[in-house]
Design a protein around this ligand. Structure first.
Ligand code: IVH
Length: 753
């Protein structure tokens, strides 16, 4: 589709005609792929945008609107080679969409205006599945058909009979069942069943489904003919995973009900599966709240939803308000921002992390999905790349649900033009050339075994040292870590391993140059002469004043001075932070605190046996072994020695040796305290340190064993839990007393209740 450059009212009539033609072709192409071939050639949001553009042009140039314009017809294709055609007794319409609270308010206002009175609105979830029409005659299911073009659909009765929950016979007194009723709803696959199905596909070496909708549609539209027993069993298994929820009626002469909500009551009594999530609201404001609530909680439901459907509850008004040829005027779909989009897979690149793991990741054309820009997504390992079936150059489906990490779902196979190529997992580390190998036999993940010197691993470890959970050195982030270990600039990097970190001097930093890359493409930015642009993060030209003083050479930048200053301060940071910085496997902040509190010095930890180590509360045998192993490696010991030689303090001042704090019994000995919310006078970490320093246990969750919960503003579920369990809750001022003077100095606890 060509890029839309002009707003609709800037178009000349000729331009508008051309664009109507182009939009129509593209929309029909997308619809055909979606409804008849279970393929998403472009994402929903793009499709919606094309339809809206077409609507806008037709609104301004009504003479250009043809009867069979996609804005006047329902998606889908009637003729099908696979299934017999079924004519619906009453047309199956689609829904108009709105995309914002304002658009919804406009729709609701118009409905009330047209109705001439306030209307009650029934709100329900918009299920991302496929529409199905069930035709019951005197209570018996005669046909089940897909929507098709709205008039004629595909006969999938045989398959539908195997979908759990769809009754073949309606419940209730047969004499009261209508001669004919069409029940409409959505067939879908619950998210859990979808994951299971894809796991089975993977095991069987077959391609995974890109999303639940495709899985549902693909499963419902299988043909039994020509299948062997095993294939038939798989087909039945797939059908048994599908579910249906009904959301309306088609042909039904003289229904004995007067509201949509009553329809649902009757359908339920007939034994049909209705959604439990619908609500009737008296006002548009109530409906807007329902929409907002489910936008926040769209992943809490067992199936995928792509929006909310709001319907006028009173059936008499349905007739009065009527319908266009495409959609009723008494209902509207509020669509949430898309969580699934299509984009181009430009490359698959392998990155090596701090622990040496080599991970392929997708480099994509930047797209916006679920409210954020995405350009990269991990592909985990070569087996996952294979299972997803993606080729470099493919158009791929990318998903990002809420706060979840972006995930490549699979390729749009139909859009391949033959230029795509397969990803081949490199046999050697892309950064240091060492042969990759599994950590242990049978592992899928490959690792670079050159832990000591692989630049990627050193860079990762140095970054980890500077991280919040490590020595918390702000000037030692991703960029500085790369600069200090960068192998691809003429200057030799000052850090070949982290052993030299605390001995860095200004003279080491000044010569460093780094290549500037484009944030968008990841490629080096170029100078006018075509050479790569470089940056000198740690030096600057002298100022005029400095020159006057005779300083005409390069001067350290403020980044360099800050880095050295922060490194100096870090030398006496708490022992647990230094332990985290050593990058010992499994030793994160929690285990490091436990070790530091108990032993008080790195020497004591090093001298401890496996039993000594695993006996510490919060350590255990896996961590204990990792600690022992770590000290058996020469270059690890060299890190400790060189850091110590540079002045790093590997001990807690005043600590009287292993087990001393607990044995000496601080004011909080034997007590467990949880700190939550912001406590005046303490940082989050400071509060924990204060508890530990007083000999108490700083826990992160509230249980019956918790003695005190110190809660400040922003305390959430932990406070609620404490109230529920009757644990004593104290404020910041009382917390300060607790950690200095102990529990006896606190005022008496308020009476319970
Ligand atoms: S009511 C006259 N309710 O969304 C059409 N439709 O994008 C009445 N859909 O064609 C449809 N969940 O297939 C309705 N709770 C729901 C729905 C729902 C999903 C589908 C339906 C419709 C399509 C429109």
């Amino acid at each position: 589709m060509r890029v839309v450059e002009k707003t609709v009212d800037e178009l000349t009539r000729d331009e508008a005609r051309d664009e109507v033609e182009a939009l129509t072709t593209r929309i029909l192409e997308l619809r055909d792929a979606y409804y008849s071939r279970d393929t998403v050639l472009d994402d929903d949001a793009t499709y919606d945008a094309l339809v809206r553009r077409l609507e806008a042009i037709e609104h301004l140039f009504p003479e250009l609107q043809s009867q069979d314009s996609p804005t006047q017809t329902v998606g889908g294709r009637a003729e099908t080679t696979l299934f017999a055609p079924v004519e619906h007794a009453e047309r199956m319409l689609s829904l108009d969409n709105v995309f914002s609270a304002d658009e919804f308010a406009d729709w609701a206002a118009k409905v009330e205006r047209d109705a001439g009175r306030p209307v009650r609105l029934l709100c329900e979830l918009k299920i991302d599945g496929l529409a199905l029409n069930l035709r019951y005659e005197r209570g018996l299911l005669v046909t089940a058909a897909t929507r098709g073009d709205g008039r004629v659909g595909e006969d999938v009765t045989q398959n539908v009979l195997q979908v759990a929950g769809i009754p073949q016979r309606l419940a209730g007194d047969p004499s009261e069942l209508p001669d004919l009723v069409e029940v409409r709803g959505e067939v879908f696959i619950p998210k859990v069943a979808f994951d299971e199905l894809n796991a089975l596909q993977r095991e069987a070496g077959e391609r995974e489904f890109a999303n639940p909708r495709n899985a549902a549609s693909g499963s419902l539209r299988q043909k039994a003919e020509g299948k062997n027993d095993e294939q038939l069993a798989r087909m039945r298994d797939r059908l048994s995973r599908l579910r249906m929820l009904v959301h309306g009626i088609g042909a039904w002469p003289n229904p004995p009900v007067s509201a949509q909500s009553e329809v649902y009551g009757l359908l339920e009594r007939w034994g049909l599966p209705i959604s439990t999530h619908f609500r009737v609201h008296d006002s548009a404001a109530g409906a807007a709240e329902y929409i907002a609530y489910h936008g926040e909680h769209r992943h809490d439901v067992e199936h995928e939803i792509d929006g909310v459907v709001v319907k006028v509850d009173e059936l008499a008004l349905h007739g009065e308000l009527g319908a266009t040829s495409r959609a009723p005027r008494w209902a509207i779909a509020y669509k949430y921002p898309p969580e699934q989009v299509n984009t181009k897979l430009l490359d698959i690149v392998v990155s090596v992390g701090r622990t040496g793991r080599a991970t392929p990741y997708a480099v994509m054309q930047k797209v916006r999905v679920a409210g954020s820009e995405v350009r990269q997504a991990t592909l985990h390992n070569q087996d996952v790349v294979k299972a997803k079936g993606v080729l470099i150059g493919d158009t791929i489906v990318l998903r990002k649900a809420g706060d979840v990490i972006p995930e490549v779902l699979g390729p749009v196979v139909e859009l391949r033009d033959g230029t795509e190529r397969e990803f081949v997992m490199p046999t050697n580390c892309p950064e240091c050339g060492t042969a990759l190998r599994p950590a242990k036999e049978g592992d899928v993940d490959l690792r670079c075994p050159n832990a000591r010197s692989c630049p990627a691993q050193v860079r990762g470890r140095v970054e980890h040292i500077g991280s919040r959970g490590g020595l918390d050195i702000e000037a030692l982030g991703e960029v500085s870590a790369a600069a200090l270990t960068q192998p691809d600039v003429p200057s030799i990097p000052p850090l070949q391993t982290e052993a030299g970190l605390f001995a860095l001097t200004i003279d080491d930093l000044l010569p460093i140059e780094v290549v500037v890359t484009d944030a968008e493409t990841g490629l080096p930015k170029l100078e006018a002469d075509g050479s790569a642009r470089r940056r000198t993060p740690f030096r600057r030209n002298p100022s005029a004043a400095e020159k006057k003083q005779g300083l005409d050479g390069p001067q350290p930048s403020s980044a360099a001075l800050t880095l050295l200053d922060e490194l100096e301060k870090a030398k006496s940071k708490p022992l647990w932070r230094l332990l985290v910085s050593l990058n010992i496997r499994h030793v994160g902040p929690v285990a490091a605190r436990a070790l530091a509190d108990w032993f008080g010095s790195l020497d004591a930890i090093r001298a401890a046996s496996l039993d000594d180590l695993s006996a510490v509360d919060g350590v255990g045998s896996i961590i204990a072994e990792a600690v022992l192993d770590w000290f058996t490696v020469d270059w690890h010991v060299e890190i400790v020695d060189r850091w110590a030689a540079a002045g790093v303090q590997f001990s807690t001042p005043g600590h009287a040796g292993p087990g001393a704090a607990a044995a000496a019994g601080g004011v909080l000995a034997g007590l467990t305290v949880v700190a939550t919310g912001s406590l005046d006078g303490f940082t989050r970490e400071g509060a924990q340190e204060a508890i530990i320093a007083a000999g108490g246990k700083a826990a992160s969750s509230v249980s019956k064993k918790t003695d005190f919960v110190a809660a400040g503003p922003g305390a959430g579920s932990k406070l609620a839990k404490a109230e529920e369990l009757g644990v004593r809750i104290i404020d910041a001022a009382q917390f300060a007393i607790l950690v200095t003077e102990g529990p006896d100095a606190l005022p008496p606890a308020p009476p319970a209740g």
